[in-house]
Ligand binder design. Structure first.
Ligand code: KIV
Ligand code: ZN
Length: 547
């Protein structure tokens, strides 16, 4: 059996693989807010990003290492391709953390070797030994991944794993990169590694997997039964394509079905020892934070964190639950921190009550941002009698989302519309150099008119690919939360905003997306898995060509 930490380690990759979801890119403040909440959630390892991707990614990993990587905090990890430049950038970025890890990877499947890496098996073996040893010369904790393990020849992959451990890897990660495996196969793959890699007892076995066939969580649970002791997952299951295995589903499966899994971890079936270090009551809060900041809505029927996950519609079910919760519920909603959407603040609440409630919700704002958010709260409290946690989350996530130096700020928006009227919008923006610019436009509806006016002002070609509005709370005075996604040169940029007036929310969300687009096109980060190795591998970050 592989080196066993005595429980299942949770490796969160929301900020790395999760951020690879189209349109989910996060700014530094957003990444920091999520990392702080992940630490509260109690994950063991935070994969904070891919430092070699761009100077912005490097700084974000470094800042997370400084702020969240204390002695008692989680391990802060960065991703690096198996190339010197990547590994050095990663070591420098995670350096401020007391507990730090370099996660380096190379593909082991023949499909990737032939078409992506254009390397032979022996070259891959040699690179693995050399790069793992190099990473190990920089940090004590090195994770090595066999990319596309799910489609690799197990015999060759086992040789690569043996070489990686011999060179100093302390965790071996087995990714089902394309979400191809089925649970029984994935379990067998892990069992095979345990049985056939001679030095496997010197490393923790980890798994990573994508949800292309909806099997990622099931695959991971089979892997645990066969000796995997680290699970790489994301909040709300976000990530490349169909996403990654979802953290909340894995943690709650191991929690609710503890007596089933205990024996696989060498524990008596009735042991009550938690199988992960996650504080389950923080799950709902973390899910909302990630959804608000990435603009990626959670489907209502999503297990554990969907809006309907604890709702009973049928009369028979409601009646049963009222008689005894256990009739139709396997999880008490409070276990995942789902309290009533409580009315937290009102018109008379002061700044310190506001700040402290925000901190409870996972947001810590600096002075100026706090002033702005407090002003928005007061404005809202004038219009809406009772302000709930969801309202506060909507206000503040918009605040955190703002770019440090946005190109445009929304000054005002007015629309006229109604039966037998041509919808017309007048929009005024303030530019970063202080100028005020105004445009009037007609459209098929008020939101279309606003978007057209904004496009004329910004003059950045883009295609609107998503416009969604949802109400933050119930009630006629509820705020509308608008998410907008714009496509520019094949890349998605999202913006969201909330207001009791949905036209204002739409205008603000559009401006936020435009600002991200403008900032994003100036610095397009490198994708860790889609960029060839040798051409860029050894270049220091500063000398890396723009792609
Ligand atoms: O899916 C994958 O293979 C990855 C690796 C970089 C671990 O994300
Ligand atoms: Zn992945």
């Amino acid at each position: 059996m592989a080196r066993d930490p005595g429980r299942v380690l949770i490796f969160d990759t929301t900020l790395r693989d999760g951020e690879q979801s189209p349109g989910a890119s996060l700014n530094l403040e957003e990444k920091l807010a999520i990392a702080q909440q992940l630490a509260r959630l109690g994950v063991d390892i935070i994969e904070a990003g891919f430092p070699f991707a761009s100077p912005g990614d490097f700084s974000a990993v470094q800042r997370i290492a400084e702020v969240v990587g204390g002695v008692d905090g989680p391990i802060i990890c960065g991703l690096a391709r198996a190339a010197r430049g990547d590994i050095k950038a990663c070591a420098d970025a995670v350096a401020p953390a007391a507990n730090r890890r370099i996660h380096t990877f190379i593909a082991t499947s023949d499909i990737h070797l032939e078409h992506k890496l254009r390397k032979t098996r022996s070259e891959v073996l040699a690179i693995t030994s050399e790069m793992v040893a190099y990473a190990r010369s920089l940090v004590d904790d090195v994770e090595f991944s066999c990319e596309d393990a799910g489609r690799s020849d197990p015999e060759f992959m086992n040789q690569v794993i043996e070489a990686a451990i011999a060179a100093g890897a302390t965790t071996i990660n087995i990714p089902d990169t394309v979400g191809y495996a089925t649970p029984a196969e994935f379990g067998e793959l892990i069992a095979g590694i345990n049985a056939n890699v001679p030095n496997i007892d010197q490393a923790v076995i980890s798994v990573h997997g994508h949800n292309d066939l909806g099997l990622a969580v099931a695959n991971f649970l089979e892997a645990v039964k066969n000796g995997a002791r680290q699970l790489e997952c994301t909040i709300n299951g976000i990530g490349e394509r169909a996403g990654n295995a979802s953290l909340e589903e894995l943690v709650m499966a191991l929690h609710v079905r503890r007596s089933y899994f205990n024996p696989f971890l060498g524990l008596p079936a009735d042991s009550t020892k938690p199988l992960t270090g996650v504080r389950t009551e923080e799950i709902t809060k973390t899910s909302r934070l990630v959804s608000n900041l990435t603009g990626m809505a959670v489907q209502p029927n999503k297990a554990i964190v969907g809006a309907n996950a604890f709702a009973h519609e049928s009369g028979i079910h409601q009646d049963g639950v009222l008689k005894n919760r256990l009739t139709y519920e396997i999880i008490d909603a409070r276990t995942v921190g789902l309290a009533d959407n409580r009315i937290s603040l009102g018109k008379l609440s002061g700044r310190s009550a506001f700040r402290s409630r925000l901190e409870d919700l996972g947001y810590s704002l600096e002075r100026e941002d706090l002033d702005d958010a407090f002003a928005r709260f007061k404005e809202l409290a004038d219009r809406k009698r009772e302000i709930s946690d969801r309202d506060l989350e909507a206000i503040v996530s918009e605040q955190v989302q703002q770019q440090a130096e946005p190109r445009f700020s929304l000054k005002s928006v007015q629309v006229s519309c109604g039966s037998n009227l041509q919808p017309t919008a007048t929009v005024t923006l303030t530019t970063s150099d202080g100028a005020e610019i105004t445009e009037v436009s007609i459209g098929t509806g008020p939101v279309d008119a606003v978007c057209q006016a904004l496009n004329r002002l910004a003059r950045v070609p883009n295609e609107l690919v998503e416009f969604s509005v949802k109400s933050v709370t119930e009630g006629i005075d509820a705020m509308g939360d608008v998410t907008i996604r714009l496509r520019h040169q094949g890349v998605l940029y999202s913006g969201h905003a909330a207001d009791t007036d949905i036209v204002v929310a739409a205008a603000q969300a559009f401006v936020n997306a435009l600002n991200r687009l403008i900032a994003g096109t100036a610095a397009q980060p490198l994708h860790p898995q889609r960029t060839p190795l040798p051409a860029l591998g050894d270049l220091p970050l500063a000398e890396r060509p723009r792609v």
